[in-house]
Design a protein around this ligand. Structure first.
Ligand code: HEM
Ligand code: HEM
Length: 157
């Protein structure tokens, strides 16, 4: 994985995850300032737009890392980073698909289903995203941008 790929992925995760968390707080935690308001905070529509506009960057970042990081890591004999890496992969697909389905759902029940799936999968993505580098650092694994060998197999997340 090159430094460029790492920076793009981390930046995309911060932008998409950050706007998603702020939007969640505005939607589910805050109360509207006046009873006629359709939003809970004046910035809510802007945060929603930022979330939808930055989301493709994360899809692009994972696509960029697919051949250089994800596939080689899955094929490698050692098990370092496997559980948290798989957590990222498994949560990624439903997170992206449900984001699109929220926007196209017409039936309110289905819309609630896709919102629930989106919230659950994005929470899993964020947990795995924090755990992936933290766990690797704890194991003493250096990024493959450095010269440290990853060849000796160690089990763990
Ligand atoms: C990384 C963590 C993410 C978090 C915490 C997050 C959070 C949220 C939240 C709270 C909503 C509002 C749900 C509602 O309407 O009640 C939402 C909507 C949405 N998200 Fe995410 N999301 C994340 C990642 C993504 C990704 C990766 C994509 C697409 C590639 C995406 C695309 C969307 C779309 C299209 C909507 C619908 C916006 C609308 O029309 O209201 N999100 N997200
Ligand atoms: C969408 C999926 C994935 C993403 C976004 C991702 C992201 C990352 C990032 C950003 C780093 C650099 C951490 C740092 O240097 O601070 C990293 C390192 C690492 N990841 Fe992943 N990863 C994914 C999947 C996987 C999988 C499936 C595995 C294992 C089967 C894995 C194993 C590793 C290992 C061993 C390292 C440290 C050495 C290296 O840089 O290759 N990752 N990952």
């Amino acid at each position: 994985m090159s430094r460029f790929e790492s920076v793009v992925t981390q930046l995309a995760s911060v932008l998409v995850g950050g706007t998603g968390i702020v939007y969640a707080v505005m939607r589910y935690v805050l109360e509207p300032a006046d009873e006629w308001s359709v939003v809970n905070h004046p910035w809510q529509p802007h945060v929603q737009h930022l979330h939808v506009l930055t989301a493709p960057l994360l899809v692009f970042a994972v696509g960029l890392m697919w051949t250089t990081h994800v596939r080689p890591s899955l094929r490698r004999a050692g098990r370092r980073g496997r559980a948290t890496g798989l957590g990222l992969l498994v949560s990624f697909v439903p997170m992206v698909v449900s984001g699109g389905l929220i926007q196209t759902a017409v039936d309110p029940t289905w819309r609630s289903v896709w919102i629930g799936l989106h919230l659950a999968s994005s929470a899993m993505w964020l947990l795995a995203w924090v755990a992936h580098p933290v766990w690797l650092r704890w194991l003493g694994v250096q990024s493959d941008r450095s010269s440290t060998s990853l060849s000796d197999p160690v089990s763990g997340p």
